[in-house]
Design a protein around this ligand. Structure first.
Ligand SMILES: Nc1ncnc2c1ncn2[C@@H]1O[C@H](COP(=O)(O)OP(=O)(O)OP(=O)(O)O)[C@@H](O)[C@H]1O
Ligand code: NI
Length: 269
């Protein structure tokens, strides 16, 4: 069986015009490879600007109009072209966006979750919405609240609830945990593990390598728009990191708490 998602040699560049009419091409992705199969959580890690969000957006056809894309993206073995995307995006393949602005600030959580249940074709959106939220520890009292009345972790759980209403098979989660307290991070990560254990594929884009190592089956490391290494989590946690080949991956290893939190100069904020 073909893996659910295969990305090979994905390249994305942007055309920009400087003052005057000088045309400039900016290469943002220079060769990304990633494979995710059913039952797997694949963590995609890399510094800010490495190209993680662009990879997810390329899969879903969400790149801006001045972007040019090449390389191969296949879903269940078939190329993902414009026609396939119309069928898959938002149904079989969903994106959990990096920004929580995705929620409507003026509508209650109940209304928004019921709407996604309705769009997913459920006959009884009211019941389905309440049940799906309850499964994630969000009781009926949450239904009447507005987005600003939720904690960061609750917001993330609502977004996961909405994104998974239509029973997607591939979930691309773009930075689902920044700014959350550790207990909330653990809850959100467990949720992704459970989605994969149910037979889906999850691509987890994250800066938080430590958490990702606990739930991922595979770690894909990207740097400057390229996939530089694909390893099992144990490559970070065993053998003193000796299985990690690329210098950037070694710096990630050194930044892990167990190895002294050493952060390279260029990544310091
Ligand atoms: N519309 C655009 N026009 C030009 N360059 C862009 C555009 N969108 C993204 N880029 C560039 O592409 C590169 C990759 O961006 P991307 O958002 O994928 O990074 P990222 O790995 O998701 O970073 P972060 O961890 O900060 O979210 C960056 O250098 C960014 O400046
Ligand atoms: Ni991003």
């Amino acid at each position: 069986m073909k893996p659910l998602l295969t990305i090979e040699e994905l390249r994305v560049s942007f055309v920009q015009y400087d003052r005057g009419l000088r045309r400039r091409e900016i290469v943002a992705l220079a060769g990304m490879d990633l494979t995710a199969d059913r039952g797997q959580v694949v963590a995609l890690v890399g510094a800010s600007g490495a190209g993680k969000t662009l990879l997810a957006h390329a899969v879903l056809g969400m790149l801006p109009p001045n972007a040019t894309q090449s390389g191969r993206i296949a879903y269940a073995g078939a190329p993902v072209d414009a026609t396939a995307r119309r069928r898959l995006a938002g149904r079989e393949i969903v994106l959990l966006p990096q920004s929580v602005d995705y929620l409507d600030p003026l509508a209650t959580i109940g209304r928004q979750v019921r709407r996604s249940a309705h769009l997913a074709g459920h006959a009884d959106p009211r019941r389905v919405a309440a049940t799906a939220l309850a499964q994630r520890g969000l009781g009926d009292e949450v239904l009447k609240r507005y987005p600003h009345e939720l904690s960061g972790g609750m917001t993330r759980r609502v977004l996961v609830t909405m994104a998974t209403m239509g029973d997607p098979q591939l979930i691309l989660a773009d930075e689902p945990t920044p700014g959350l307290p550790p207990a909330e991070v653990a809850t959100v990560l467990r949720e992704f593990r459970a989605l994969a254990d149910d037979g889906r594929a999850v691509v987890l884009i994250t800066h938080e390598l430590g958490g990702a190592l606990e739930i991922a089956d595979v770690v894909v490391i990207c740097h400057d728009g390229r996939t530089i290494e694909t390893v099992e989590p144990s490559a970070f946690t065993a053998d003193e990191g000796r299985r990690l080949r690329h210098p950037y991956t070694r710096t990630l290893w050194q930044a892990l708490p167990a190895n002294g939190f050493h952060v390279p100069e260029e990544d310091r904020c």
